[in-house]
Design a protein around this ligand. Structure first.
Ligand SMILES: [Zn+2]
Length: 290
């Protein structure tokens, strides 16, 4: 198995392999999308590459560290999975990880924490973890995995380098991106009429509402990241993200993100589509008010 066997974009495969080779992998990586099995395998592959002591391609598969990885018994790699699907990581566990991260590694110079299904974290757990993600000790790495970055707190997202796995999760359609960008721009101007106008196509395409909301969420999260000087990996809505970052304060972008999260929750509870659209206009407008 090598990095090139995973469904990554060419750019991302290259990025990861160059950073592994030069031992400059970002300390927090978020693997998003693909299937659970793919995310799990890639997380372990990256963890092995971090602790591998080989000189050439890492993981070399032959050094003592790699042999322990293959046996799932490397003492400096910890893998955490929520107890059951969709369950939350407990805040105590996140605090424990935070403390443990300051303990020196057993074997080599590196420690890796793999947190699978991290979209299942609640806000207090994410906040507990955030403290360590902000300033991880030297040699400590975090590999988080999730279905979609839209479910992560923007504060956590802004600390992580997101690597999307292609494949099973389909990207947003061109139409979805177009509507979401128009809505984001209208919200940035605080123009309620424009928000109404841009959301009009959704009256006839109700099944699109949730997709548009998820896309909006990504746009706002990316704008927050842009504000924090992070690298951006998605280019389909790059211009909109830059406009938002230029026009709005961090607090307002965050308020927009929160409003969108609430709307997604309503959409998932099968709220009435007309009410949903009305509340979309209202909430997006309200988020940018002083
Ligand atoms: Zn090795």
């Amino acid at each position: 198995m090598s990095l090139w066997d995973f469904p990554l974009s060419h750019g991302d495969s290259r990025f990861l392999s160059v950073r592994i080779k030069s031992r400059t992998l970002p300390q927090t990586v978020l693997l998003e999308g693909g299937s659970e099995t793919q995310r799990h395998a890639l997380a372990l592959e990256l963890a092995a590459a971090i602790v591998c002591t080989g000189d050439g391609e890492r993981p070399c598969g032959a050094c003592r560290a790699c042999i322990k990885c293959k046996a799932n018994s490397h003492p400096d790699i910890q893998v955490y999975t929520p107890e059951k699907k969709g369950a939350s990581f407990k805040v105590e566990l996140c605090r424990e990880i935070r403390q443990d991260a300051f303990v020196l590694p057993n074997d080599g110079e590196y420690k890796v924490y793999v947190l699978e299904d991290s979209q299942a974290m609640n806000e207090s757990s994410e906040n507990a973890l955030l403290k360590i993600l902000e300033e991880p000790p030297n040699g400590v790495y975090f590999i988080l995995t999730c279905d979609s970055r839209a479910a992560m707190l923007p504060t956590v997202l802004s600390r992580a380098t997101v690597v999307p796995l292609l494949g099973e999760v389909s990207a947003f359609s061109e139409n979805t991106v177009q509507i979401a960008c128009a809505l984001a721009n209208a919200a940035a101007d605080g123009n309620e009429l424009a928000i109404l106008r841009e959301s009009a196509p959704l009256e006839k395409a109700r099944e699109e509402i949730r997709q548009v909301l998820l896309c909006l969420c990504e746009i706002f999260a990316a704008a927050l990241k842009e504000k924090s000087g992070g690298e951006m990996s998605v280019s389909a809505y790059k211009e909109t993200v830059q406009t938002l970052a230029k026009k709005l304060t961090k607090q307002k972008i965050y308020a927009l993100w929160q409003a969108t999260q609430m709307l997604i929750a309503s959409a998932e509870r099968n709220a009435n589509a007309n009410l949903l659209l009305t509340s979309l206009c209202y909430r997006l407008r309200q988020a940018t008010e002083n």
